[in-house]
Unconditional design. Structure first.
Lengths: 299, 246
């Protein structure tokens, strides 16, 4: 039981890492980016190519991949999401859904159906662990992933609270029209927010590739976990994302204790319980935000 | 010190034409009061000047340069700041954060957080409070302070007395009088004629999207403005500006 609890909490760090960008984009732009998982897989493949062909450690590869993800995020916002948003509230969802299919198939075309992993390129870290008691040990990689999630969410929190750009992001999220009237360029802010979201997807790509295997179509399941963690955590709440990831992972972890196939089912059950509670409890901020996202900006 | 002019401006809200063929200018350091009944088009006109509404026709000119298609955020950088109707503060953010947002444009000037707090001392004890928890007067002071933090040359004030108690309105207008002495150009939308005329150099009265009266305050009687306000004069020839008689 204690082991399931610890492993669940640590796995929650990975889910928080992949949900952070999805939640951030939703909170700032009210866009549900259905390509988020596929974009994390793009980063994983980029790190794989750097490691496999050029012998660059995946951790060092981040120095190259994360700026590329930021540029990709900027371009995604300027050339796809911005135009899609003008066409209606639901169009960005369709656009990102289409983008995920394009990305998955381009990855399939380039890399085929074989599964890949970054584990062979990080040495002992992929399997090393700390022995806590005779029955419990914690993986160093899992702890590192959890620490990375906390660091990322902490950095986002500090950025939003203590920088002028962060305040501009919050203002644009709260009232984009008024933000313009105080001198904030909402287009620039949204592009920066998307760049930040894709940088976090890049980090999630590293975590995915080092802790498991991935293939061209791995984006879908990752999106599902990210979405579930974001919704459980309150979609848009910085630390709620970590909380959501941990709750989802605990659901999976305890589900697996009941039956081996209970891992995924346990997570989905927790997700649906929280989702229905959030949707049907009057005055829920999540409900309000979701309705706003689906209907468009409030008058 | 900047001058502002609008030239044959038409602004629509969907099918409704809210502002019809309006032209006027404001000289540097002047205070212009835009008065008129509800629905006259004052707020729409002010928002068009601030860049929040794109006009259907006509031009907005800053120092003679056409800024009609300049987006709102870039107009703030050029020295035009709007205090919107209803204050429109960022309610989840503190007073301090709202004020600091006013500095986004990076315009140089004398306005700092400390100076805003000196101008509106009622904000000092509420500095770290969320804007959504403020009283109406505190919210209005924060909204004006936020606009001032952008160091504007032209300040657009929309219904600053709306929903405030007479005592609070008195305080806000005292602060406005102090602001006027700093030389900032002000366009003030106000329904309360007496208040507007007490601080303005020039008055424009709007009715159903048209200007029905335009005059210097000293050449104007309260009765003339009241007549124009209620459409007792100027309605029959809405495209003409009625000359005021003292």
């Amino acid at each position: 039981m204690t082991d399931a609890l610890i492993q669940g909490v640590l796995l929650g760090g990975y889910y928080a890492l992949i949900a952070a960008g999805l939640s951030f984009m939703f909170s700032v732009m009210r866009i549900i980016n259905l390509a988020h998982g596929s974009l994390a897989v793009v980063a994983a493949f980029a790190l794989f190519v750097l490691a496999d062909r050029f012998g660059i450690s995946p951790f060092l590869g981040l120095v190259m991949v994360l700026p590329l993800m930021a540029v990709l995020g900027w371009l995604l916002q300027r050339f796809i999401l911005e135009r899609a948003t003008r066409a209606g509230a639901l169009v960005p969802i369709l656009a990102t859904f289409g983008l995920s299919i394009v990305i998955d198939n381009l990855l399939f075309q380039q890399f085929g159906a074989n599964t890949r992993s970054l584990a062979p390129y990080i040495g002992d870290l992929s399997y090393d662990s700390w022995q806590i008691t005779d029955d419990i040990s914690v993986g160093k990689l899992a702890v590192l992933t959890f620490a990375a999630a906390v660091a990322l969410l902490g950095a986002i929190q500090l950025f939003l609270s203590f920088t002028q750009l962060g305040r501009a992001v919050r203002a644009t999220s709260e009232d984009g029209d008024t933000a313009g009237l105080v001198g904030i360029d909402a287009r620039r802010v949204n592009a920066i927010a998307t760049a930040i979201a894709l940088v976090s997807a890049g980090l999630a790509g590293l975590a995915l590739g080092t802790r498991a295997t991935f293939d061209a179509y791995a984006g879908g399941p990752q999106l599902l976990f990210a979405f579930e963690a974001a919704v459980i955590g309150g979609a848009g709440s910085v630390w709620g994302t970590l909380f959501g990831g941990i709750i989802l992972a605990l659901g999976q972890s305890f589900g697996a204790q009941i039956a081996p196939q209970g891992f995924l089912i346990g997570g989905h059950v927790v997700f649906f319980i929280v989702l229905f509670a959030r949707l049907f409890i009057p005055g829920s901020t999540f409900r309000g935000r979701l309705m706003t996202a689906l209907r468009g900006k409030p008058a | 010190m900047r001058s502002l002019a609008v030239d044959h401006l038409d602004v629509r809200h969907g099918q409704l034409q809210a502002v019809r063929d309006i032209s006027f200018s404001v000289e540097p350091g002047q205070t212009l009061a835009l008065v008129g009944a509800n629905g006259a088009g004052k707020t729409t006109l002010l928002r068009a000047i601030a860049g929040a509404h794109l006009p259907k026709a006509g031009r907005v000119l800053l120092d003679g340069g056409d800024i009609t298609h300049v987006p709102a955020h870039a107009r703030v950088a050029r020295g035009i700041a709007l205090v919107p109707e209803g204050r429109r503060l960022f309610g989840s953010m503190t007073v301090e954060e709202n004020l600091l947002l006013g500095r986004t444009s990076g315009r140089a000037g004398n306005w700092t957080v400390d100076r805003v707090l000196e101008t509106f001392p009622n904000l000092k004890p509420r500095f770290r409070a969320r804007a959504g928890t403020l009283s109406g007067g505190e919210q209005q002071a924060t909204a004006i302070g936020r606009a001032l933090m952008s160091n504007p040359d032209i300040l657009l004030l929309d219904e600053v007395s709306l929903g405030l108690s007479p005592l609070v309105v008195e305080r806000v207008y005292l602060s406005l009088s102090a602001l006027i002495t700093t030389g900032v150009t002000i366009i003030l939308v106000e329904q309360e004629l007496g208040r507007a005329m007490s601080v303005a150099d020039k008055v424009i009265c709007m009715l159903e999207g048209h200007v029905v009266l335009e005059s210097a305050v000293q050449a104007l009687s309260r009765e003339a403005v009241t007549d124009a306000y209620f459409g007792l004069r100027g309605r029959d020839k809405p495209h003409a500006v009625i000359e005021a008689t003292p």
